[in-house]
Design a protein around this ligand. Structure first.
Ligand code: HEC
Length: 393
């Protein structure tokens, strides 16, 4: 039996939502505390969704077992209804009970060691703030003051203190962050980490930092890792959002960039002295970085926030000096999807550097479109989903 990734994704999303609902109900009954402004996860374990993604055999067992449990419950309900409403059919009840029991006995119960993972009170916490240019800038400052001595300014784990530590810091400029729940990363930075066997501290807790500074440092790390992965692999293997910043738009005045969700954006980082900026185009909203007066005012929106250029440079894996001249496409859901490097005039499908694994090879309807139309069609046809620690968000 082959389970489509979409189906598994749906099951995982439901499991995640169910855990959050359980956490919130528990909290609503006054049985758990508030930690870092969100309800605490009250149990020592949580469902280990990351395993479901990594181990297809395990995922299959879980899904079939869930189906068996659902089937057994349905049969039990039917038996109950017969008992109450159709007294004449009561003789069917033992048979139903037998089938329900068999479903439970013969279900391929997954190993419980694979089902659960150790949890902390903030396991299911979500970052309370948007992934924004400001938080990335703040996170970068926090990181260079409090973390870079061990983790290295580039977060690859080679800071000046690294060699003296009992354990070498991991490379945080790769895919590691997406294998974790963000609430568990928060907890580890807040309280530090210990060696599982000896109990000795491997990373100190960041007791001097506010909660918000910790969330910001994680935003910085995510931007940094996205840029490094783009340099190493030529793609954003994990979808990354356009960092939120304030825009000044002809329609709607000052507004946060995420209020434009639902529309495609083309982000233009003008090169020094660049004269001919793209004209307004009905296929997307043009956002030009820079202050009014410097930039061509034919663009629909201006991004004047000074923190945006360094944040985008991080995500692009270049220095802030190398960032001007780039163009980016943001899809209708707010994900950064395509990049054109300085000096390139025309867009092609190869510029789509953030795709899902299940990306359609070509748009299905109509003749194959070239250039920017082909790119936009593929971008729209292939919607991104962020997966963290196995849970689609
Ligand atoms: C004294 C050195 C040191 C400092 C300072 C330090 N770290 Fe670490 N960090 C480590 C080591 C060592 C590990 C690996 C620990 C382990 O796996 O047990 C680690 C692990 C991590 C991880 C990976 C957690 C995981 O789930 O695997 C993250 C994220 C992290 N650090 C972020 C930070 C941030 C953010 C700061 C600054 C606020 C910081 N660290 C400060 C040494 C340090």
């Amino acid at each position: 039996m082959i389970l489509s990734t979409e189906f598994v994704g749906g099951v995982l999303e439901a499991l995640y939502a169910a855990q959050i609902a359980l956490r919130d109900a528990w909290h609503g009954l006054g049985l758990s505390a508030t930690v870092a402004d969100q309800p605490a996860w009250p149990f020592a374990q949580r469902l280990a969704a990351e395993r479901l993604l990594l181990e297809p055999g395990h995922a299959r067992r879980v899904v079939i077992t869930l189906a068996c449990i659902a089937g057994a419950l349905a049969l039990a309900l039917l038996a109950l209804l017969l008992a109450v409403l159709r007294r004449g059919r009561r003789r069917w009840i033992p048979g139903l009970a037998l089938v329900a029991g068999a479903l439970l006995v013969f279900a391929p119960w997954p190993s419980s060691a694979l089902l659960w993972a150790p949890a902390v009170p903030t396991s299911l916490h979500r970052a309370p703030q948007a992934f924004s240019a400001q938080s990335i800038a703040q996170g970068q400052a926090v990181f260079s003051r409090h973390c870079a001595q061990c983790h290295g300014a580039d977060a690859r784990g080679e800071g000046p203190l690294a060699s003296q530590l009992a354990q070498w810091p991991p490379n945080l400029a790769g895919g590691l962050l997406w294998k974790r729940l963000e609430g568990e990363l928060f907890w580890r930075v807040r309280h530090g980490m210990r060696d599982a066997r000896s109990g000795a501290q491997t990373m100190p807790g960041a007791s001097a930092l506010s909660d918000q500074e910790i969330w910001s440092s994680l935003d910085f790390l995510q931007a940094r890792a996205s840029g490094q992965m783009l340099r190493d692999m030529g793609a954003w293997e994990r979808p990354v959002r356009l960092p939120v910043s304030t825009l000044n738009c002809r329609h709607g005045g000052r507004r946060a960039s995420d209020s434009l969700r639902g529309q495609r954006l083309q982000l233009v980082l003008p090169a020094a002295g660049e004269a001919a900026l793209p004209q307004e185009d009905p296929r997307w909203v043009t956002v030009v970085l820079g202050a009014a007066g410097n930039a061509d005012d034919s663009a629909e929106c201006l991004a004047e926030d000074r923190a945006l250029l360094p944040a985008l440079a991080l995500v692009l894996g270049v220095t802030p000096q190398q960032a001007p001249g780039h163009r980016l496409f943001v899809d209708r859901d707010g994900w950064l999807r395509a990049r054109s490097v300085p000096g390139r005039a025309a867009w092609s499908q190869d510029d789509l550097i953030c795709r899902s694994e299940a990306a359609p090879a070509a748009a299905t309807d109509g003749p194959p479109a070239q250039g920017v139309d082909g790119l936009l069609r593929r971008m729209d046809a292939d919607r991104m989903r962020l997966v963290r620690a196995g849970y689609p968000h």
